[in-house]
Design a protein around this ligand. Sequence first.
Ligand SMILES: *[C@@H]1O[C@H](CO)[C@@H](O)[C@H](O)[C@H]1NC(C)=O
Ligand SMILES: *[C@@H]1O[C@H](CO)[C@@H](O)[C@H](O)[C@H]1NC(C)=O
Ligand SMILES: *[C@@H]1O[C@H](CO)[C@@H](O)[C@H](O)[C@H]1NC(C)=O
Length: 973
Amino acid sequence: MDKRIALLDSGTGHCKSLSTGRIIAFLSLFVVSALFTTGLHFETSNFQARIQHVPINAQQILRKCAALKVRPGPPEGFQHRAVSDRYDFGTPSTLITNARIWTGEHNGTEILFGDLLLDNGIIKAVGYVPEDLLSTTTNLTIVDAQGAWVTPGLVDLHSHVGMLSAPLLAGVIDVNSPKGPILPWLRSIDGFNTHDESIRLAMAGGITTAQVLPGSSNAIGGQAFMMKLRKTPERSPSSMILEPPHTLNGTDNGPNLTPRWRHMKQACGENLIRHGTRMDAVWSFRAAYEEARKIKAAQDKYCEDVEAGTWNSREDFPESLQWEMLVDVLRGRVKISNHCYEAVDLDNIVRLTNEFHFPIASFHHASEAWLVPDVLKRTWGGTPAAAIFATNHRYKRESYRGSEYAARVLADNNIPVVMKSDHPVLNSRYLLYEAQQAHYFGLPYNLALASVTSVPATIAGLDHRIGFIRQGADADIVLWDSHPLHLGATSVGIWIDGIAQIPIPSKAGENAGLVDIGKCKEGQTWLNLPQVPVWDEERQKAVHWDGLPPLEPISQRKQVVFVNVKELWIKGERGIEEINLSDDQQKGQTIVAIKDGHIVCAGITSTCESVVAELETSIEFIDLHNGTISPGLMSYGSPLGLEEIAGEPSTGNGPLHDSFLADVPSILGDAGGLVRAVDALQFSTRNALTAYRAGVTSATSSLFKRTLFDGASPSFSGLSTTFRTGSRHILDKGALIQEVAALHVSIGRPHPLASKSGKKIISISEQIAILRRLLLDPGSQETLTGQWFKKASQGTIPLVIEVHSADIMASLLLLKKEVQRAHGSALRLIFAGASEAHILAEEIGEADVGVIINPARPYPGEWDQRRILPGPPLSNDTQAVTLIRNGVLVALGVPEAWAARNARFDMAWASLESHGKIDQRQAYALVTTNLDRMLGVEDVDLDLVAYDGGSVFDMSSKVAAVISSQRGMVDIL
Ligand SMILES: *[C@@H]1O[C@H](CO)[C@@H](O)[C@H](O)[C@H]1NC(C)=O
Ligand SMILES: *[C@@H]1O[C@H](CO)[C@@H](O)[C@H](O)[C@H]1NC(C)=O
Ligand SMILES: *[C@@H]1O[C@H](CO)[C@@H](O)[C@H](O)[C@H]1NC(C)=O
């Protein structure tokens, strides 16, 4: 710089002088500098004063400088556009009539009853559609909503759809670059797989827009894009982007283009460990932002000079393709989604924003945001939103203090709440379920609906197009079969850019197009907002205890009288049975009296008077407010009770040796290396106690484990055990329900990342060959393997096989026959996982094989799981319906321990999406008696759970107490 001469430095070269003709224009700034470095001595002050040496592209530079100051957003007059840029020519217009329209306006409280006109990809009228508007609309389709709810299309602010595809294959994992930690120049769009099966599935859940984020393994993972989840005629990723930034394809210098918001992913904490510690990560941020700050300062100086007419910079406008994104961040033109869990990490990033002066749009996961609201409020440029999960917590240390009450606490602190999926961590298709749970745990209904629509849309800077039902917005609309905050709410109509998406294009095996949704949801109840419990005490306690409130029972009583009990269900001879508490003629409160953990009287007050009088004075009365007492649920399938934090090996059982690969220590004296889960049981884990408090009183756990990035644990997962989730330790009375429940094996194809990570793998053919050998010839009875495989082959213990592929299940059915022929005994075979079991429903039924569906709602995450039966609105039947119809004994499982608590929702959902083909009693059996029967759990008369304010099926109820006959007491929770 210093070597260059101040030739043009006269201070008179304003923009308008460019057209005066007095100027000597040079072909390029390079020529300017080359000429005048050698021409220094020709300079005179006169010469300087008279002649302005301005570059030929000066106009362009000045425009560029002016553009730097423009805030992104909708261009002027946007709301009056006649046609959407996303409109597909030939799309008919749609008039939706008689709808209950949740618009998102007025803080999510506005509800209109009326009509909606979608035309040219735009919402043309809301509530009332003027006649003259209708008369000018051609090609009109009319949809009578018959009073059903309509919401804006859902917006998933945190998704890896297209980046971590379904099914996951080694060739389509494009989520994290190994070249970090600072990569603001990468763009998620460059890795977007349009063939990801979950695009269609998410859309079926009402998700019309998703923010496609790079992963969180890097401090700055790259640029993100808001994508509409509709296949376009062009079939390209580009055509799915909503408001692509003009820089994306180099059209950024258009003179009249208002810049569009850009989006970027940042992360902090544990996931950056591959690049060093937290201290290293923060330095990497600071170094990067310092680089950007210098470039921004140089640009600002440059622009200040040229705008003042000082064309003395003979260099190009200071720019860097690598750093331009961060410069835009510093100019406040980027919506940052920052993955950040803990107080320390949130504090670090907030400090960074104040050091370099840039805003954060949203903190994601943000497990501790609810505990440090003041930290968030210190963020430079305004308080970010918190984008969180409802109940997916404790899966790693950073999420240990995450809470179901967080959404409400954040809202109470005026922090915008977003519920997100982190798809495929949670299946984006069930994003609305996150809002339903947040509502259940105390988030007001208006904010719950807003958390998956208007709030994420606003946070992304796209509220002029999505997240609201307002005139001029994009025509992204979902019609629901119930109030959207009811569990199991299902889309019956979806429009994206005004284009009808239902029926959703079907795949082989599905029967889309014939979907008869909404049966059994007739009546006003389903249209009304679901009532939910009050959690004020629990919430205050959670905050008081820094996110780790004690979960043990508040007290234990021998004698309790439950008052206002609407229903009493017990496990009887024929499964779940209801006990009549009063016939219609009888008047009076219904009560259930408990003595030493046993029901001593159940009926109306007068019937039980004498029994109650006999009880001691230390009796406690609990009003259940029309609640229900019913059997405790059982959790199956996760490592519940075998680990505290899934991502922390030091809190669990540790890795299993893989006997199929022969690396079992020889000192075990058993080549099979068969081990017992009971030996590794740990009690009072937060997941187990949380499940207990949600009515899940027992669990059967094996050493099997499946994770997103590692797949399934070794083939031999040992002997499972059944235990009480509420016990303090294994020696506690009643803690152990069944020392050994079943023998577990898993058979499946290698995980797509197995070969990349150097993990040893074994073929399907070998896996089945080993199983055949062990069942036909169990070997030495001196070893556990020999003993238990003998029992399995004789049918004295169930053999549970974790398997998803229908082809592998078919091979196993053949193997079952072969073993039975050889031994003359019946194998008690159970398929767990079983994503493709519906394909073999008849054969599985005939073979008398039980099926534990896990996860309860299918997702084609791996190749072996790809042929799911998705359920409504994609298919009439669900997997459970198909299996039950074919006489199969069915149960539901959960893959991860945090989800054990949601068994009650899983079972209710199974009934809700069955069109009445699975009634409540059958649904109840899916997580109780059917598991007992399959696993041979003998102590059927275990715990009863008292629900306050409704039944186990209602969102209005919560668990008040657990009645334990075996332990002779009642736990008050
Ligand atoms: C009317 O809509 C149909 C699809 O329903 C489409 O095929 C046709 O091209 C449309 N006609 C016009 C004139 O846009
Ligand atoms: C929005 O609604 C919530 C919950 O109903 C309420 O607490 C909050 O004050 C409202 N905000 C505004 C700006 O009205
Ligand atoms: C560049 O992107 C814009 C959308 O932002 C689009 O209108 C334009 O056609 C694209 N240009 C090319 C050459 O692809």
